[in-house]
Ligand binder design. Structure first.
Ligand code: BES
Ligand code: MN
Ligand code: ZN
Length: 498
């Protein structure tokens, strides 16, 4: 996709389609007003007829507009003017893009940057629109035969009109950032959507290498099971026992910052299929457990995004990747394993495997002398119960880091919400036979999972993102969402003062 920043006079603007907002109760946006004037009240007449009411996300396509050089105008409802918020703005962009995709135009000029949203400037709106429009045009056709594939999207170029040219450089930067985030999200969605028989740990490792190829700032390395055995990753290795696919520990080391600057380490859960193991999951919706590597996929997506933006920052991605399968050699409930940290774990439920691979990856992460460590994981069904699909759960051992993530989520429109990581919850992990159990009972499952991880992150500043509810859509829109790539990219941008 090609994004341009322009300052145009709407009546004289040539285009296949102009995108213009109208509010509820017939209130016109600035550009709609101009257009109404040049077209001798064409727009207001249509509004009077009631063909479009200005309700949020409503669209109306107009042809042959008097005195306009544009072929079409797409009116889009923006709701009540003083009520427009971040989420609604994004939804409006999605509605517009879906409509453009349906018509099949190649190019459009977008005037929605002039809409007012409390506390948001023009570059913010441009970034959101570039990101959301690419997000809406995303397709996953790789697994369909030619005859069943949807044709690629026609829309190739969007020009954003800016009323204020003083902002031009910032707006260009914003469009570029939005595009880079959308590209990262597409990688994350692709990996999530690929089936478990294609997207194996080896596939993830190869994808990471492909992202690193030709990029002198990014070094990708992959450890095999033998090397992990030498590192004494007994907990991680206990999960992969039942699988025929070899486990991989993938490291993506991006050094865009100063040599001695401590890195941000991102650790992503990469269970390429989670059957539950011997504690096997019920069959309905078990197919969705191919998404259990979305934490890993988001790490690859973020690294791709920051590489594309050449951000002056050091970020290391660490991805433990394996399958969780039942088998004669698989781990059994009651087994005790020794983690890389030396702490022992009683596996009471083999379906609580994410924390078993993450704990060793978190211990391993200590060797990068991190500034902060953030792990990202589709860790608990309990998180979906608590927060649904709207917010990612965040917990951590440092309130400043959690606050930074909450703010980055708000500003990137990819929000997270904090749950308490109090020591009272940690007591639920008591085991009669090992240092800890891998589950903490029926109550507060998201928190006890984080308490488990907290036992391995005492040496550094750490936060945990539970993306079980946000990483993919269930139901008719089944598919990866690309979250939390926007949130993490925003956090990193904030860190390097951008
Ligand atoms: N990958 C699942 C978590 C999950 C469940 C993500 C549903 C998305 C949707 C994880 O490995 C798991 O199975 N967790 C168990 C933990 C339990 C055994 C303590 C869960 O949430 O049921
Ligand atoms: Mn599981
Ligand atoms: Zn899992």
């Amino acid at each position: 996709m090609d994004f341009k920043i322009i300052n145009s006079i709407i009546g004289k603007q040539r285009s296949a389609c102009l995108i213009v907002g109208v509010h509820e109760a017939g209130k016109l946006s600035t550009s709609a007003k101009h257009l109404d004037k040049t077209s001798r009240s064409y727009i207001s007449k249509i509004l009077k007829k009631g063909d479009i009411k200005g309700k949020r996300g409503e669209t109306l396509l107009l042809h042959t507009i008097p005195n306009s050089d544009a072929e079409r105008i797409l009116l889009v409802g923006c709701g009540k003017e003083d009520e427009l918020n971040d989420q609604q703005f994004r939804k409006i962009t999605t509605a517009v893009t879906n409509e453009l995709d349906k018509i099949g135009v190649k190019e459009a000029v977008n005037y929605l940057g002039e809409l007012k949203i409390k506390g948001r400037d023009l570059p913010w709106k441009i970034r959101q629109m570039s990101e959301a429009s690419c997000d809406a045009l995303y397709r996953f056709e790789e697994m369909k035969s030619k005859a069943h594939q949807r044709p690629a999207a026609s829309l190739k170029k969007v020009s954003f009109h800016i009323p204020d040219t003083a902002n031009r450089a910032n707006c260009r930067e914003a469009a570029k950032t939005g595009l880079a985030i959308a590209n990262g999200m597409a990688i994350t969605k692709d990996l999530g959507n690929l089936p478990g028989n294609v997207c194996t740990p080896t596939y993830l490792a190869n994808k990471a290498k492909a992202i690193g190829k030709g990029n002198s700032k990014l070094k990708v390395s992959v450890l095999d099971e033998k090397q992990m055995t030498a590192l004494k990753m007994g907990s991680f290795l206990s999960v992969t026992r039942g699988s025929r696919q070899p486990a991989k520990l993938i490291t993506l080391d991006y050094r865009g910052g100063k040599k001695n600057e401590k890195p941000i380490v991102l650790v992503g859960k990469g269970v390429t299929f989670d059957s539950g193991g011997v504690s096997i999951k019920p069959s309905p919706t078990m197919d969705e457990m191919k998404y259990d590597m979305c934490g890993a996929a988001s790490v690859l997506g973020v690294i791709a995004t920051i590489s594309e933006l050449k951000l002056p920052v050091n970020v290391v991605g660490v991805v433990p990747a394996c399958e969780n399968m039942p088998d004669g050699d698989a781990s059994k409930p009651g087994d005790v394993v020794t983690s890389m940290s030396g702490q022992t774990i009683e596996i009471l439920n083999t379906d609580a495997e994410g924390r078993l691979i993450l704990c060793d990856a978190l211990t391993y992460s200590g060797r990068f002398k991190p500034e902060v460590v953030i792990d990202i994981a589709t860790l608990t069904g309990a998180c979906v119960m608590a927060l649904g699909s709207h917010a990612t759960g965040v917990l951590g051992n440092d309130d400043d880091l959690v606050d930074e993530l909450l703010l980055a989520g708000k500003n990137s429109n990819d929000r997270c919400w904090q749950l308490p990581l109090w020591e009272e919850y940690d007591a639920q992990l008591k085991s009669n036979f090992a240092d800890m159990a891998n589950i903490g009972g029926r109550e507060s499952g998201t928190i006890t999972a984080a308490c488990f991880l907290a036992r391995f992150t005492k040496d550094y500043t750490w936060a945990h993102l539970d993306i079980a509810g946000t990483a993919w859509h269930s139901g008719a829109k089944k598919g990866g969402t690309g979250r939390p790539v926007p949130l993490l990219t925003q956090y990193i941008l904030d860190r390097c003062g951008k």
